[in-house]
Write a protein that binds this ligand. Structure first.
Ligand code: CTP
Length: 435
């Protein structure tokens, strides 16, 4: 139903020029080796949906490694090959990466063992994929550049906005697909097809997900929490009975749902002000999602998800510290005690942006939210001008008092009592009774 011309038009419209040029070059190298070359999977899917996807996955019907090495040799690229899997990564001079695979059929000897690889056709290769919408291939060889290959009704499902598996054993083969289904459904605004939905519920009921290793489960959860709209995906996971696999006590209640909705707002606020990479948003959602778990259950969950010991301690620290500071601030506000800017600074100093956002989401008090936002937008950048060297110059012997004195100067600055270097100096001298 989609003509070659239309696919090429979509490429020209939605992809940067150099990406389209690279795709054409890949096709030419394929012709030189007499190998059919295709761009497949998420790349083809997102192109047809009118978006773009920076991950270019190439499949070669034949020797993908030879193809990648030939391309690299003629285009000043580096290449990393994995002979065992018939895959390679081409790294363009500007760092852009292209994954290359050979069409293959995999035989698993035992679950988890490395597959023995044998070559097969493109169709067989695509049949092994998770959902129909990921089975499109776009040919890149010059004579057929832009030809859409659709063996399994992918185009129809893209048009109907449906997530559908290719066969009944899909979730048994790979239980992570259950989470992928939820992720694609929410990300694309699609619907999991009825039969596929039943297969998921069946996989849950039959315990197939129990076999899923903690690492893989964590990985899927993190990817979901990194999406634009994780809350909808979390609701969907709950409706499919998936949260219990993260921890049996993990449920959605009015309270953690409220916090999750608030996380969305504060994350949006933060990202408007700062770069996206300044905060790990998934951590904020994770803390909110699990906020009702008891400490022991939280610990168990981390173990279940194979969170490294180091990271587990970090998460526990975030949780504990966040709750502590939240309680301190809420108590202050409830007691109607005056709060200085320096108080806010020292309460929140040392908390990561993730915890700060978590506190903002969790609190029901506007005042507390304002404290944190004041800290994030203004106070955390404040420093005093004097340094340890200045204290030494005044004749103060170095020691732990340096820190106390500099913090006092910083407090004075935060509260507007000093603003110049001279005023800071005077402040210190007065403090030490030097004048
Ligand atoms: N795939 C699969 N089963 C999995 C993981 C991946 O069948 N458990 C297939 C999918 O068909 C997918 C391809 O491998 O198209 C590449 O996987 P990935 O890069 O994770 O997915 P994308 O579709 O590219 O999605 P995203 O846009 O999130 O990168």
């Amino acid at each position: 139903p989609v003509r070659r011309r239309e696919v090429v038009h979509l490429m020209n419209k939605n992809l940067p020029r150099r990406v389209v040029d690279t795709l054409r070059e890949l096709g030419k190298v394929g012709d030189g080796l007499e190998l059919p070359v295709f761009a497949i999977g998420g790349f083809a899917r997102d192109l047809l949906l009118g978006g773009k996807n920076d991950d270019i996955d190439i499949t070669v019907e034949g020797d993908g490694i030879l193809f990648a090495e030939t391309f690299a040799a003629t285009h000043e690229c580096r290449v990393k090959s994995h002979a065992k899997f018939g895959t390679a990564v081409i790294v363009l001079p500007d760092g852009f990466k292209i994954d290359v695979a050979s069409t293959r059929l995999e035989f698993y000897e035992t679950p988890g063992a490395l597959p023995t690889v044998e070559r097969s056709s493109l169709k067989m290769d695509l049949y092994r994929r998770d959902f129909t919408i990921n089975t499109l291939a776009i040919q890149l060889n010059p004579a057929n550049f832009g030809l859409l290959i659709d063996y399994f009704g992918a185009y129809r499902d893209l048009r109907d906005k449906v997530i559908r598996v290719l066969h009944n054993l899909s979730f048994v083969e790979d239980p992570t697909r259950v989470f992928r289904a939820v992720r694609f459904e929410q990300r694309l605004g699609f619907q999991i097809a009825r039969h596929t939905d039943n297969l998921i519920r069946n996989a849950v009921k039959m315990g197939f997900l129990d076999k899923l290793g903690g690492r893989r489960l964590l990985n899927e959860l993190v990817i979901i929490l990194r999406e634009r709209e994780p809350v909808r995906a979390i609701l969907r996971m709950e409706s499919l009975g998936l949260l219990g696999f993260i921890h049996p006590d993990l449920t959605l209640e009015t309270e953690n749902l409220r916090v999750l909705d608030e996380v969305k707002k504060v994350v949006t606020w933060f990202e408007l002000l700062y770069q996206r990479d300044q905060v790990e948003t998934w951590v904020v959602y994770f803390l909110a999602l699990t906020s009702l778990l008891a400490d022991a259950a939280f610990f168990e969950m981390c173990t279940r998800l194979s969170v490294s010991e180091h990271y587990r301690e970090k998460l526990i620290d975030m949780r504990v510290h966040g709750e502590q500071m939240l309680a301190v601030m809420e108590r202050k506000v409830a007691g109607k005690k005056p709060v200085l800017r320096s108080n806010i600074y020292f309460w929140l100093r040392g908390l990561s942006p993730e915890v700060l956002l978590y506190i903002m989401a969790k609190t029901c008090r506007d005042e507390v939210r304002k404290f944190v936002s004041l800290y994030v937008t203004q106070l955390r950048e404040v420093t005093c001008m004097l340094t340890g060297d200045d204290l030494k110059a005044i004749g103060l012997p170095p020691g732990p008092r340096y820190r106390e004195i500099l913090d006092a100067v910083l407090s004075a600055r935060l509260n507007g009592e000093v603003s110049t270097r001279e005023e800071e100096s005077r402040f210190v001298k007065q403090m030490l009774n030097f004048v």
